[in-house]
Design a protein around this ligand. Structure first.
Ligand code: CA
Length: 245
């Protein structure tokens, strides 16, 4: 474990070196669970989602999926219907007794009764296999925005404007370049405007289960965002976390 006991410029330099030492492997944005038993489809889906910048966890059976869905607060879950051990409907039904995580069902069957069942059970959206990957990505983005109570892809935070579709940020009308992780943190705080977001919550949303990077990097990224967009944009709640008012 690294300990920081430096002050002033030395600390800044150390933080910058730390970021350089632990670069973002991928532009991670939000954390998604994919439950799918067809290995090739699962692999392709996870790969495509990671390329889009999501942190992705996977499960190949219903019971594993349910366990993961219950133990982590995902931004969305992609859930296949036909799964070993516990089918997708059963997973959804049990999950809904505990959590409102947005769920996108993947169904191979186009039967109307399946669709009705999906909506009755609490699915937020569904796609019929085979589906277009771009459509899945678009629907996931919409699900995540809806669940955060934010239908519009443009977030205005005082003089800072975030375009969630283009993933770009401007301040006073001038574009500001953020790293992928800085952007992810800013967007997450922006989508949860007015709420205090803990470091743990940020960490869980930005890093997937295969990632063991130091959690204190969240602080490093926030430090860097403030340098680019102004000290006052992101407030610190002592002992609690961060908040954009
Ligand atoms: Ca299946």
């Amino acid at each position: 474990m690294l300990r920081l006991s430096l002050a002033g410029n030395n600390l800044n330099r150390t933080l910058i070196n730390l970021v350089a030492q632990f670069p973002s492997r991928l532009p991670l944005l939000m954390r998604i669970l994919v439950v799918e038993d067809e290995p090739r489809l699962l692999r392709n889906l996870a790969k495509a989602l990671r390329e889009e910048g999501y942190a992705v966890d996977t499960a190949e059976a219903g019971d594993d999926g349910l366990f993961k869905a219950g133990s982590c607060d995902y931004d969305a879950i992609v859930l296949d219907v036909m799964l070993p051990r516990l089918d997708g409907w059963e997973v959804l039904d049990r999950l809904r007794k505990k959590k409102r995580t947005p769920v996108l069902m993947l169904t191979a069957r186009d039967a109307p009764k399946d669709r009705v069942r999906g909506l009755d059970t609490g699915a937020d959206d569904y796609l019929i296999k085979p589906f277009d990957l771009d459509e899945l990505l678009a629907r996931l983005r919409a699900l995540i925005r809806r669940s955060a109570g934010q239908v519009h892809p443009r977030l205005e935070l005082g003089d800072v404007i975030i375009d969630t579709r283009a993933r770009s940020v401007a301040r006073d009308g001038q574009p500001v370049i953020l790293s992928a992780r800085e952007y992810a943190i800013l967007e997450y705080l922006g989508l949860h405007r007015g709420k205090v977001v803990t470091r743990t919550e940020l960490y869980e949303h930005l890093f997937d289960e295969s990632d063991d990077t130091l959690s204190n990097l969240v602080d490093v990224h926030v430090f860097s965002i403030r340098k680019k967009l102004g000290r006052e944009l992101i407030g610190t709640r002592r002992g609690q976390g961060y908040c954009i008012e």
